[in-house]
Design a protein around this ligand. Structure first.
Ligand SMILES: [Zn+2]
Length: 132
């Protein structure tokens, strides 16, 4: 079912991609859409104020070899929750980003869902040891 949704999404993107067929247009639009996500997050902090960023150096315990223990104290540096408006704006920007990611896949004759599945398998195989 989910693969059908992904494939339908990719097909719909292909059909609606009229102006930006060039790989150069797609990769630069993809980069622009990533910047717009970051901008929307920044605006949630600086304009709306529904979330705050309280960042400092991550405190990683040097005493433990247990990866669960090592990552337990890592922080997101995020305080608060997105308001409904900011959530909507960020979701829209993420959707726009997925549009260009999907069009990049199509242009390179890749399947977005296959890429997701392969990454999912890597995550499940390596778990926390992917060290990202
Ligand atoms: Zn907000």
């Amino acid at each position: 079912m989910k693969d059908i949704i992904f494939d339908n999404f990719q097909n719909s993107v292909d059909e609606s991609l009229l102006r930006h067929k060039s790989i150069l247009d797609i990769v630069t639009k993809l980069q622009e859409s990533q910047a717009r996500i970051n901008r929307a997050i920044a605006k949630s902090v600086t304009n709306c104020g529904c979330i705050k960023i309280d960042a400092r150096k991550q405190q990683i315990s040097q005493d433990s070899d247990d990866i669960n223990e090592l990552t337990k104290n890592l922080k997101t540096h995020l305080k608060g929750d997105l308001c409904e408006n900011c959530r909507e704006v960020i979701e829209r920007e993420i959707g726009n980003h997925l549009f260009y990611l999907s069009s990049l896949c199509s242009t390179l004759d890749l399947n977005l869902y296959d890429a997701l599945l392969k990454e999912y398998d890597r995550i499940n195989m390596l778990g926390k040891y992917t060290l990202r």
